[in-house]
Ligand binder design. Structure first.
Ligand code: SF4
Length: 328
């Protein structure tokens, strides 16, 4: 009974309050898959602009499969975690080989590169209506607070399966994630506006407020060498652990830094806050790299930090960073 009421109240709330997100306009598996991959570890506002641009460049899974990897990475640029883009491209090729049809079950979807248990369940339930529950960090938090029970690993999946609305699994899964990200938030759950507050075992008092993760601080130095409307960039190694093959400004060590930095930017990656000192013109005959004309920069697969610095230096505009679109 309590579970039935939970489903009914959650879905009624979702029907009335669901955020108007572009990937919710369609149940097309390509769009659902793309949005789920983009949303991994990335904020919704950042995903929206890239989602539109990605679909403009690669409107079908077939177009994506036929694209060069460098083009895919260039459009992905700015979203970070580039392994996702490589896996997306690899999975598109698998789908194309299978006649352009996505597997219609979570089990089948998990065989695609880069598709794990959560993503497979999300696509299967949203695009194909399969009655499988999803569990991500938001869902875990809702389950734990709602039930008042400490859970681990498989216990979350079992609890989510037991609560799932089998008639509307896609909507139910999205509603659970929406509740966790907009109402039952980590630090300050808005229990007064929660659609299931009367059924909730804890009303947010299960655990103390999460302690703010301790952020590390680091200072790094980059050189901005410009000549005749071009800027000097270097390429990361193809087997680098992160951002392999991406272009960036050269890092500079002590002896190359003379005088004072041209400007400073702040940049955060997961648990590290970087203070980035940018040094003015230099000559880099001894570093393998190349001068890139400013008009070619938007098409190049660059690190997010490099884009930020080039934008600050006036070498790229906000609109060129997003391939002609601004984040709304
Ligand atoms: Fe979360 Fe509060 Fe709703 Fe319980 S009542 S599910 S703690 S927002």
């Amino acid at each position: 009974m309590r579970q039935q009421m939970f489903r009914a109240q959650l879905l009624a709330w979702y029907d009335a309050h669901a955020r108007d997100l572009p990937w919710r306009e369609s149940h097309d598996p390509y769009r659902v898959w793309l949005s789920e991959i983009m949303l991994q570890q990335t904020r919704v506002v950042a995903v929206i602009a890239h989602y539109h641009e990605f679909l403009r460049r690669f409107p079908t899974v077939d177009k994506l499969a036929r694209a060069r990897e460098a083009s895919v990475l260039a459009v992905w640029s700015g979203l970070g975690y580039y392994r996702r883009a490589r896996m997306l491209h690899a999975a598109a090729k698998v789908v194309r080989k299978q006649g352009g049809k996505f597997p219609e079950t979570a089990e089948g979807l998990r065989k695609l590169p880069g598709v794990g248990r959560y993503t497979a369940a999300a696509i299967a339930s949203i695009a194909f209506g399969e009655a499988v529950a999803v569990v991500d960090g938001n869902v875990e938090r809702v389950l734990q607070r709602f039930s008042g029970q400490q859970m681990r690993g498989e216990e979350f999946w079992a609890a989510a399966e037991a609560l799932l609305d089998r008639a509307r699994p896609g909507d139910f899964n999205q509603a659970m994630m929406e509740l966790g990200s907009t109402v039952c938030t980590p630090r300050a759950p808005a229990c007064l506006t929660c659609p299931v507050v009367e059924l909730c075992a804890t009303r947010g008092e299960l655990e103390g407020l999460a302690k703010k993760a301790r952020q590390k601080k680091r200072e790094i130095h980059y050189a901005l060498a410009c000549r005749e409307g071009a800027v000097f960039l270097v390429q990361r190694a193809p087997d680098a652990r992160v951002m392999a093959g991406m272009w960036e400004l050269p890092e500079v060590n002590g002896p190359r830094r003379k005088g004072t930095p041209a400007f400073t930017v702040r940049h955060s990656i997961t648990t590290t806050n970087y203070t980035v000192q940018v040094w003015g013109n230099g000559v880099f005959e001894d570093i393998p790299g190349k001068m890139v004309a400013a008009h070619r920069l938007p098409k190049l697969a660059m690190t997010g930090l490099t884009r930020k610095i080039l934008r600050r230096a006036g070498l790229m505009t906000a609109s060129s960073v997003q391939g002609g679109r601004r984040i709304p």
